[in-house]
Design a protein around this ligand. Structure first.
Ligand code: MGD
Ligand code: MGD
Ligand code: SF4
Ligand code: MO
Length: 727
């Protein structure tokens, strides 16, 4: 069982990763032939190779130390804007993602019943033939739309999308509606961009964080910026029903009542507008809809918000004044996983709008530019076939303002179960664990039960692979090439630090093979991974060899022809939209409005979820290093509440919602509101193929009820109410 981690242990984690060599030595040494050929390793197979982390979607630049053909240490690459020379604990433990003894190293074909975990090894030829013939059969029998594809953000996703769009299916499930749809759709409606960039502002004075636990839910550079700002004396106000590591470093922690963030931010808007504390020049020059906003928020006073939020009116008023005083050196942070309540879209709109009123554009917020660099080349390909079938996830017919590329994954799952508007028959999953990441796990398993065929691409036997018919083993991020990643004015390379173990292959290879078997080879016009990268690099005039040595290429952004006189945004009005005509025309309120979130009854608790620094989502719990340094997963309950219920730390409890029941141990703590309980996600795995993680903790996804925000399509993860009793 895991032990409780001390701060000292936690800091030692970086040093400890060298200890993983011993575990790694269980596997035969592998020498990176490509790296050696490029002169990056000496004849003994020793050296340093630059690449990129994939322990989470932040993708920091890394430098791998290789000794005798084995990776022994990972460090941050200072040239990379995300890592700046640092890797977080997960990044430093990344070599155990590669050397995990539970890696799937050959294609597997199911032989037992689904979920029984009986598989046989197969050759790539056989496995790819099985996958392609099942996909083709489904297409021929029911139409391409009967094949569902899903994947979470990763560098080979453009090739995955080539496969699905060329195949002709409209059904695409991404993690986004499970994560940050509310924030993205809000920013699209307000600024015409998914997420404005954040400028490093040395004069930043004030940061308001709404459930953005940056010191545990880590994005290295952003976490670093926050720490630097705190060090310089910036004030941090942090709203979270839970006392997290971020709360411990904030100037002020406000244990807001869950779901009431909307009331809090509406009251801030009310004060800033009614007391004329906003940036009048920015608002008059650059925004539309101020009058509609002013009329709507007139009723949301601090006195109105106080009983809803549990935060005194004087505090709300003071924070509004402090924000205005510190403007424009302020940041009202949108948060990242903003999927808490079905009113979260309005909370996000209120936050986006607050930033505009405080005039921080080009001071702490700016056009992010995006990761898609127009300067990179790409292999030629024909246009995709036209698709006329409705999407199963209700976009756009039920969710008119949710972009097609983003979708509403939990609704896709629900409509697979209902068979409405039509029945899906196949599911292709890559780099994703929907069995665990979508709420109401038994419903997801039911959706799997509706499938004639399921294939999963992963590196380990995750829970989704466990329920699949074919598992295709991808090479780990230290063993493969991926498409280039533009970050700022550079493009970074992921390259093999060691050769793939077993039969594992890159996604670039896997999708091309499948494309060719499905008669879609024209969408995969590259000979191999290096040829793909050379085609990407062609317009930059840089050789792949140069990029391999440095880890990146300079990709200067196209110079602007003089600075534009006026700011403009990619919204219908070209301005920041405080009132959105787009929303209004499809029947949604054009400005943020109060929507009362549901509340638990007297014997129920809000079930909170949230990240910890030692794990990423549902995919790293089997990492032996991270496992060793993780807290034992227990459900948090306020100590007074626990005492009232006769419960104590380490008691086994039964936790029930309307969709499920789990058993877990309790942690009685002051660090949570009395009306809430909290569980760390990613435990209670179903796959026995995860020998380290199986049997540890319980799954919150097994008891989460599925609620969806009707505007942004975000799931609402804090809207599940549970009862807790002694088991
Ligand atoms: N170590 C680590 N870092 C990660 C990740 C990881 O898995 N591990 N994942 C990455 C990803 S994909 C994401 S999206 C981000 C997520 O990063 P965050 O946006 O910080 O999201 P969470 O950690 O999921 O939840 C943050 C907090 O929201 C609180 N909360 C719950 N309900 C409410 C509410 O109604 N109001 C308020 N104010 N707070 C509430 C929870 O108590 C929790 O502490 O982290 C990224 N970074
Ligand atoms: N209860 C609860 N639910 C949540 C959340 C929560 O906090 N609590 N968070 C939500 C959020 S913010 C998000 S972003 C989603 C995430 O939801 P998912 O994307 O479904 O979850 P992950 O665990 O990130 O899935 C990553 C998968 O990729 C696999 N993998 C790792 N490396 C590789 C590789 O190199 N190649 C391949 N092919 N596979 C690889 C891992 O083994 C894992 O199975 O979950 C959401 N759901
Ligand atoms: S934040 Fe951590 S896990 Fe994520 S890419 Fe960076 S080092 Fe890797
Ligand atoms: Mo996320």
């Amino acid at each position: 069982m895991t032990k409780t981690i001390s701060r000292r242990d936690f800091l030692k984690l970086g040093a400890a990763s060298a200890g993983a060599v011993a575990l790694g030595q269980m596997l035969p040494p592998q020498v990176a032939q490509a790296a050696r050929a490029a002169g990056l390793l000496n004849a003994n197979g020793d050296g340093y190779i630059h690449s990129m982390c994939e322990m989470c979607v932040w993708r920091c630049g890394l430098t791998a130390k290789v000794v005798d053909g084995r990776v022994v240490k990972l460090d941050g690459n200072p040239e990379h804007a995300h890592s700046r020379g640092n890797l977080c604990p997960r990044g430093q433990s990344g070599l155990m993602n590669t050397y995990d003894p539970d890696r799937v190293l050959t294609p597997l074909v199911r032989v037992g019943k689904r979920g029984e975990g009986k598989f046989r090894q197969a050759s790539w030829d056989e496995a790819l033939d099985i996958v392609a013939s099942n996909m083709q059969k489904i297409k021929d029998t029911y139409g391409a739309e009967a094949m569902v594809f899903s994947s979470t953000h990763n560098l080979s996703q453009p090739l995955f999308e080539n496969l699905l769009y060329a195949f002709g299916s409209p059904n695409y499930g991404t993690q986004r509606s499970l994560c940050f749809n509310a924030m993205i759709v809000s920013n699209l409606m307000t600024y015409g961009m998914e997420e404005p960039g954040r400028i490093y502002d040395e004069n930043l004075k004030y940061i308001l964080l709404t459930g953005r636990n940056l010191l545990e839910a880590i994005s290295t550079s952003e976490t670093h910026d926050l720490i630097m700002a705190i060090d310089r004396g910036a004030k941090v106000v942090y709203l979270d029903p839970r006392y997290t590591k971020t709360a411990s470093k904030a100037t002020e922690w406000l244990p807001i009542k869950p779901g009431m963030d909307l009331a809090f931010h509406l009251a801030l808007l009310n004060i800033i507008i009614s007391e004329k504390l906003y940036d009048k020049t920015f608002v008059s020059r650059n925004t539309v809809g101020f009058d509609e906003l002013k009329t709507e928020v007139a009723r949301y006073t601090a006195e109105w918000a106080a009983p809803l939020t549990g935060i005194p009116a004087e505090t709300i008023t003071r924070i509004a004044h402090e924000l205005a005083d510190a403007a424009p050196h302020v940041l009202v942070h949108n948060g990242w996983r903003t999927s808490n309540f079905t009113n979260s879209f309005h909370t996000q709109r209120a936050i986006s709008i607050l930033n505009a009123l405080l005039g921080n554009w080009d001071v702490t917020m700016a056009d992010a530019g995006g990761e898609e660099s127009g300067t990179l080349g790409a292999p030629p390909q024909p246009p995709y076939p036209r698709v006329s079938a409705l999407r199963l996830d209700g976009v756009p017919w039920k969710y008119p303002v949710v972009p097609l590329k983003i979708g509403v994954f939990q609704e896709l799952r629900d409509n697979i179960v209902s068979g409405d508007p039509y029945q899906a028959h196949g599911w292709f999953i890559s780099r994703q664990n929907p069995i665990m990441s979508i709420p109401d796990r038994s419903k997801t398993i039911k959706a799997f039960g509706k499938m004639d065929f399921i294939v999963t691409v992963d590196i380990i036997m995750n829970d989704t692979a466990w329920f699949s018919d074919v598992v295709l083993p991808e090479a780990s991020y230290l063993e493969r090439y991926d498409p280039l990643l533009p970050v700022g004015d550079k493009v970074f390379l992921r390259q093999p630090v060691i050769e793939p173990q077993g039969e594992a292959k890159s996604a670039l290879w896997i999708y091309k093979q499948l494309g060719e078997r499905l008669g879609l080879g024209d969408y995969f016009q590259y000979a191999d991974e290096e040829d793909y990268l050379r085609q990407q690099l062609a317009p930059l005039g840089v050789s792949l060899e140069e990029v391999k040595a440095k880890g990146y290429a300079e990709a200067p952004e196209t110079p602007h022809e003089g600075e534009p006189a006026e700011l403009s945004w990619n919204t219908p009005s070209g301005k920041v939209e405080l009132f959105s005509d787009t929303l209004s025309r499809v029947g949604f309120p054009g400005v943020p409005v109060w929507e009362e979130p549901p509340q638990p009854s007297e014997n129920q608790f809000y079930l909170l979820t949230g990240k910890v620094a030692q794990a990423t989502q549902f995919g790293t719990q089997n990492n032996q290093l991270l496992h060793k340094y993780s807290d034992e997963p227990r459900i948090w309950m306020n100590a007074q509440t626990a005492a009232k219920l006769g419960l104590a730390t380490d008691d086994w409890v039964e936790v029930s919602s309307e969709v499920g029941t789990i058993h877990t141990k309790l942690l009685a703590t002051q660090a949570i509101r009395p009306d809430c309980v909290y569980m760390t996600p990613g435990y209670g795995h179903l796959s026995k193929g995860l020998k380290t993680a199986f049997g540890v903790g319980a799954s919150d996804s097994a008891i989460h009820v599925t609620y969806t925000d009707p505007i942004s399509g975000s799931q609402a993860l804090s809207q599940t109410f549970v009862t807790v009793k002694k088991a």
